[in-house]
Design a protein around this ligand. Sequence first.
Ligand code: RTP
Ligand code: MG
Length: 155
Amino acid sequence: APACLEREELSFIMIKPDGVQRGLISDIIARFERKGYKLVGIKVLVPTQALAAKHYAEHDGKPFFPKLVNFLSSGPVVAMVWEGKSVVKYGRTMIGATNPLASPPGTIRGDYGIDTGRNIIHGSDSVESAQREIALWFKAEELADYTPSTAAWVY
Ligand code: RTP
Ligand code: MG
């Protein structure tokens, strides 16, 4: 990327295998796009168990970890990087609570899920987590530069 490229905040957002199989890709992308966030990276892949374990390394050793890793690597996911003001925190607001039954209507998990182990989507929980996750899933050259900027339509 050119040295002049100044980014807003970035978050790593991933549609999990259940969200993909249930046909929620376009709905989820539409929600972030309409909010004013900018899609700067996207790929479809079946994560290896090793990649899934690295992604969820903070949960290594917890009782649900093996199931979580198996599930994430059980089919295609849509891995994305979204850019915009407070996208990490507000992205989590759009996603909702970990347990879809504790997640209000209007949130992605509240609208589409019932089970904690099938909660549709992942979002980075801090700017530091986002940086780690983006580096794990994407190469720097896979993130797009939108110059000339369209940001004046949002900010
Ligand atoms: P995510 O990382 O996927 O965005 O979800 P999160 O921050 O809302 O929740 P986190 O605590 O990071 O947990 C990661 C995923 O593990 C599954 N989980 N199962 N008690 C359980 O059985 C349990 N707790 C968490 C969920 O699928 C959760 O999204
Ligand atoms: Mg988490």
